[in-house]
Ligand binder design. Structure first.
Ligand code: ADP
Length: 691
């Protein structure tokens, strides 16, 4: 059967839950001994209680038997008293005087006395025990000397006994008595087997008393008795006496029986159909114990059709023989049912108490463990990421309650420490970032300084070299130029065929001269510094356009002038011209396919004037921008010297100005020359303009 309801926990799951619950374990520790004690107590009560109950039942039935026994003895004593009383009676004495024979008054006196005393027979015997007269009549001449009671009376002592009389002995008294004694045997299960079918003997209580004359001489013996077979009045009296109303629990019922040997001869035990169980026999077990071994029986016994708490004792005759039994007993079922009910109620009460106790313990344990349960919940919430989870206030003031409080305190401390640690880490991060930035700045400065150093060193070296070279070249150049002029003069018109070549030599010589001059100007600028004057930059710029106009012929370049500056600046005109021409030349070179060249001036508020040279040429590669103002940096191969911008920068810088550039590859470039009004050496603020 694989289908197990989802709600039903498997035993292993239950076990796991039990193992995970401290509360369940503690409750088990408390409840388990209690349960064991309860079970032990119940077992003890069931077993021991049962034994005590049995003992009580036996005790009661034994005392019942004592009462019955007393009554039986009393009855025997009663027979003796009545016989003795009659033996001493005046009527008997008078009748004796008249002679005991049939002719006298004796038969009538005996008959009257027998009736008056409720006896079954009354006999007058001679001192030897022979019957002189009897009531009922008809037994004269027979001898009763064999009975102990008769011999006791012959010896002058009244005596009574219970004896079993044979059918013949009964018949000697009267045929009627013998008939009344007969009890037909009934087949009874569990009884000792027998082939008899009729009990003809009789159990007789009889007594004898001496009859004496005036001188005290024994003249006769009075012998009387009662037959107990079928004597229902007798047995009912015993039963009524022993089991008086209210002496037994409701539903139970008392019984009394007289046995001759093992046969019921007088009983109030009923058969199934209500008839008295006369003629049934006792079980073999009881018979063996009571009749054979002479012991009392005090136990449950099966009587006819039900279990009775029974007491049997032997009845001993005048010769000391066990001739029968006296029995009393009561139906045990209602009593044991009442006991079982009481026990059931007790067990139920115990179970109820145990369950209630366990439930109460559980609830109590739950209350005790509330702080613990909440701590576990808090831990789960913490694990799930809720840092603010807390146990919160608990009602308990015991160790667990204190623990929960301290747990919360610990969590708060931890949270605070965590926050502090986080803040610390953040500030550390910030500091690291700051330091990194500072380091980067320092690095940038370092790089710039290094670059500057390299540049200065390069310049210094180049300066020395070029100064020497330029000087050395200038002399031969002067000689060449001089000689060329001389040759042209000498040749005069003859020089016409080589005029073109001479002009080329002329140009190239001037170029060399210019170059050496520039080099010298670059390495020793102060030597070339001209006179300064306050100039209108726009006017100088417009003049420069004329200087480069011849270069515009090849390319379709439109020049636009927008000179808006109102201020003037103090600077050497030739140097300013050199700077502007250089910028214009570069712009024209950058637009071989043509374009727009804008030349503009603006006021540099509070400082001086800015000059803007903007073209729409090929632009400058980003990686070239930092090197633009380095000496000898050029992209024009043999065509360029790489000195134009560096010389221009050095010139402008001498007047406290600066040159910056903005460009994007393919979108042209704009060079801005920042010129100070007073031409002092202070560096300009470039307002974030890239340079
Ligand atoms: P040269 O002109 O002899 O090369 P410069 O110092 O004048 O030397 O210029 C250096 C370099 O700067 C040039 O080779 C050129 O690559 C670049 N350059 C200068 N001006 C411009 C411009 N307007 N557009 C594009 N490139 C320019």
């Amino acid at each position: 059967m694989p289908a197990v309801g989802p709600a039903r926990l498997k035993p292993s799951a239950l076990l796991r839950r039990y193992r995970a619950s401290l509360r369940a374990k503690l409750v088990s520790i408390v409840v388990a001994p209690l349960l064991v004690a309860l079970v032990a107590l119940l077992l003890l009560m069931t077993l021991w209680g049962d034994r005590v109950f049995q003992a009580l039942l036996a005790y009661k039935v034994n005392s019942d038997l004592l009462v019955a026994h007393e009554y039986f003895e009393h009855m025997v004593g009663g027979v003796k008293d009545r016989v003795l009383q009659e033996a001493r009676s005046h009527a008997l004495a008078e009748a004796l005087e008249g002679g005991p024979g049939h002719g006298g008054a004796m038969p009538a006196v005996l008959a009257g006395a027998r009736r008056a005393h409720g006896l079954d027979f009354l006999q007058l015997l001679d001192p030897q025990g022979r019957v002189l007269a009897a009531a009922p009549a008809g037994a004269s001449g027979t001898s009763q000397a064999g009975w102990r009671v008769v011999s006791s009376a012959a010896a002058g002592r009244a005596d009574a006994a219970t004896d079993a009389w044979s059918a013949a002995q009964l018949a000697e008294v009267s045929g009627d008595l013998a008939r009344r004694a007969q009890v037909a045997l009934r087949a009874t299960p569990n009884a000792a087997p027998t082939d008899r079918t009729l009990e003809t003997r009789g159990m007789v209580v009889h007594a004898a008393a001496p009859v004496v004359d005036g001188a005290g001489k024994l003249v006769a013996i009075l012998h009387g008795g009662t037959l107990l077979n079928n004597n229902l009045a007798f047995i009912d009296t015993i039963n009524a006496l022993v089991y008086q109303p209210e002496s037994l629990p409701r539903g139970s019922q008392g019984t009394a029986t007289l046995f001759l040997d093992d046969t019921r001869i007088a009983t109030n035990v009923r058969l199934f159909h209500g008839e008295r169980a006369l003629g049934t026999r006792v079980s073999r077990e009881v018979r063996d114990q009571v009749l054979l071994r002479g012991e009392k029986w005090l136990d449950l016994a099966f009587v006819v059709n039900d279990r009775y708490m029974s007491a049997y004792e032997p009845i001993v005759d005048s010769r000391g023989q066990r001739i029968g039994m006296l029995y009393v007993g009561y139906l045990a079922r209602p009593i044991s049912q009442a006991k079982d009910l009481a026990l059931g109620v007790l067990v139920g009460l115990f179970v109820l108490l145990a369950v209630a106790g366990a439930l109460f313990s559980l609830l109590w344990a739950r209350r005790i463990f509330t702080p613990m349960t909440r701590m576990v919940g808090t831990m789960r919430a913490l694990k799930a990421g809720n840092d603010n989870a807390r146990v919160g206030p608990v009602r308990s003031e015991d160790e667990l309650g204190q623990l929960a409080g301290q747990f919360d305190q610990l969590l708060s401390d931890l949270q605070q420490r965590n926050a502090e640690l986080r803040d610390w880490a953040d500030s550390l991060d910030r500091k690291v970032a700051e330091r990194t930035r500072e380091l980067e700045d320092a690095n940038t400065v370092l790089r710039a300084t290094r670059q500057q150093l390299i540049t200065s060193e390069k310049l210094a070296l180049a300066g020395q070299l070029t100064a020497g070279v330029a000087h050395e070249i200038n002399n031969p150049i002067a000689v060449i130029q001089g000689n060329l002029d001389v040759a042209r003069d000498i040749l005069g018109p003859a020089a016409e065929p080589v005029r073109h070549e001479l002009r080329l030599i002329d140009e190239q010589v001037r170029r060399i001269y210019l170059l050496t001059n520039r080099l010298l100007q670059f390495v020793r600028p102060e030597a070339y510094a001209g006179n300064t004057e306050r100039l209108d930059v726009g006017e100088v710029a417009a003049g420069c356009v004329d200087l480069v106009r011849h270069m515009l012929k090849d390319a379709a370049i439109r020049i636009e002038l927008a000179c808006l500056a109102t201020r003037r600046v103090r600077i050497s005109r030739s140097e300013l011209q050199q700077v502007i021409v250089n910028l214009l030349t570069n712009a024209i070179h950058a637009m071989p396919e043509g374009g727009n060249l804008t030349l503009a001036t603006r006021d540099w508020e509070g400082h001086g004037v800015t000059l803007h040279v903007r073209d729409t040429g090929r632009g400058i590669r980003e990686e070239d921008l930092p090197n633009l103002f380095n000496p000898f940096f050029t992209t024009k191969k043999q065509m360029g010297t790489g000195l134009g911008l560096s010389i221009s920068y050095a010139l402008v810088e001498r007047y406290g100005g600066r040159i910056t550039v903005e460009s994007k590859m393919g979108q042209g470039a704009e060079f801005i020359v920042w010129l100070r009004e007073d031409g002092s050496g202070a560096k300009p603020e470039t307002d974030g303009v890239e340079s």
